[in-house]
Design a protein around this ligand. Structure first.
Ligand code: JFZ
Length: 447
């Protein structure tokens, strides 16, 4: 295939997927956990009894919210119920293999005692390093930690969203860039077990212009920590292109654009690694005490998880603990339900990837080695799972339920117009499941 090739200094520095062990591990995770936690959790989407209709972690930007009131909330931040070990245990039970924690969101508050600003956990009544507690607890459970870091920082005086124009602003912004670099080097130095960085707030015009600076900084971070994983939302190329450079090549290790959104088909992911980050309500990341609108069920979320893996992606589910450090009951219930499902079915998730078979209405295919997993969400009324295998494709050997290994009949149903082999896997009429279920199809390479 011919690709355009505009010469670029600051475009993608690698074509195609990474092939190292660290990235392979990331690719096999399947399920992750996101946690948004900061002083916005104290407000919980309200100010003086008034409901904030936006995403709770954005409340500082609300016209009803006095900025100085928000900027003093940290003086009340004392999450006495916080128990990192409990969080990590819950994530482990859910089946998460990695987690992403907000070290600093747009408000600028740092959950680690950064030496470059006073606006940190150290100056709250809690005092202790929250990030350290989280990293240690998740490390102990064998869940890889990734650090969310917002380039937007509403608290830091040199921060600008628009391109700095006056000489004074330019100086301030240069200081802000150094501050950003310092904090990132600090995080990588002080939390050396973290596997990567999850950047956000990189859409400002001011940041998009910092092409050379951001590229140098990325190189510096990668040199410091070989194997470090950074998504496509860190820097722009010299033409201001983000995620994909001017030649359409992915910048960074995986596509980071799937925010509350999933690809429709494998064609949408262009052969790149990717993950989807998803909220439980429509759009709340930080703690909002009053969720309105549709709240996803565990079946919705498991569907999204399997769908992600079936298209070679990971699925990352967000949690927003409250100001005291509690994970809300609705989230705890969902984590438990997903974990219950994973206990039985995680073989269809971990280490699995895309299967080149025609998508069927009953659910999704995933594959590992000689096993194809059929996760059924829409059980057909006639109990027949259609399967269509193009000529020269794999050959079915046997099929059985993943849960109890009970056999499932494979009926040969001839060939279609395109000369593909058709099969029906027959679900026993007396089989009852209140859950999405998995059928394993063992295959041999081509007939
Ligand atoms: C950002 C934040 O503004 C938000 O508060 C939350 O932290 C979320 C995970 O990230 O919001 C985004 C990020 C990316 C897109 C949209 C909103 N996007 O790629 O379309």
């Amino acid at each position: 295939t011919k690709r355009s090739s505009i010469p670029l200094q600051h475009g993608a520095h690698r074509l195609g997927k990474r092939t190292d062990a660290e990235m392979q591990k990331w690719r096999e995770h399947g399920l992750g956990q996101f946690i948004h936690w900061g002083v916005y959790a104290i407000a919980g989407g309200h100010w003086q009894g008034k409901y904030y209709p936006g995403a709770a972690e954005w409340i500082r930007s609300w016209e009803e919210m006095p900025k100085d009131a928000y900027d003093n909330l940290y003086k009340e931040f004392n999450p006495t119920d916080f128990d990192a070990k409990q969080w990590a245990k819950q994530a482990k039970y859910m089946g998460a293999k990695y987690m992403i924690i907000t070290t600093k969101h747009h408000d600028g508050f740092c959950i680690w005692p950064s030496k470059y600003t006073d606006y940190t956990i150290k100056n709250t009544p809690y005092k202790k390093d929250l990030l350290r507690e989280i990293v240690d607890a998740y490390d102990k459970e064998g869940i890889d930690v990734y650090l969310y870091f917002s380039i937007i920082d509403w608290h830091e005086k040199g921060y600008r969203s628009a391109i700095p124009e006056t000489a004074e602003e330019k100086v301030a912004y240069e200081e802000f860039k150094q501050f950003t670099r310092n904090q990132l080097i600090e995080l990588l130095t002080d939390y050396p077990t973290a596997k990567g960085l999850w950047f956000d707030g990189t859409w400002d015009k001011a940041w998009i212009e910092q092409v050379q600076f951001a590229d140098d900084l990325e190189k510096e971070m990668r040199a410091m920590r070989p194997g470090l994983i950074i998504g496509s939302r860190f820097r722009a190329d010299e033409n201001g292109k983000r995620h994909f450079d001017s030649n359409g090549d992915l910048m960074g290790d995986y596509e980071q654009g799937w925010e509350r959104d999933l690809p429709n088909s494998i064609a949408d992911v262009n052969g790149n690694d990717w993950d989807c980050v998803m909220t439980i309500p429509e759009n709340q990341w930080g703690y909002h005490s009053e969720w309105r609108g549709y709240v996803k069920t565990s079946f919705d979320l498991i569907d999204m998880l399997v769908r992600s893996v079936s298209m070679d992606g990971n699925f990352v589910l967000n949690f927003g603990p409250d100001g005291k450090g509690n994970i809300r009951p609705e989230e705890t219930k969902l984590a438990k339900e997903i974990g219950d499902w994973m206990k039985i079915n995680s073989e269809a998730i971990y280490g699995c990837s895309y299967v080149n078979l025609k998508k069927q209405g009953w659910g999704y295919f995933t594959r590992k080695d000689n096993k194809i997993y059929l996760t059924v969400f829409n059980r057909p009324i006639n109990n027949m799972l259609n399967l269509e295998i193009a000529k020269g494709g794999v050959k079915p050997v046997k099929a059985y339920f993943l849960s109890d290994k009970k056999g499932v009949d494979i009926v040969n149903a001839g060939r279609n117009k395109q000369n593909s082999s058709l099969y029906n896997l027959v679900i026993p009429a007396d089989f009852i499941s209140g859950q999405p279920f998995v059928i394993v199809l063992e295959i041999s390479q081509s007939d």
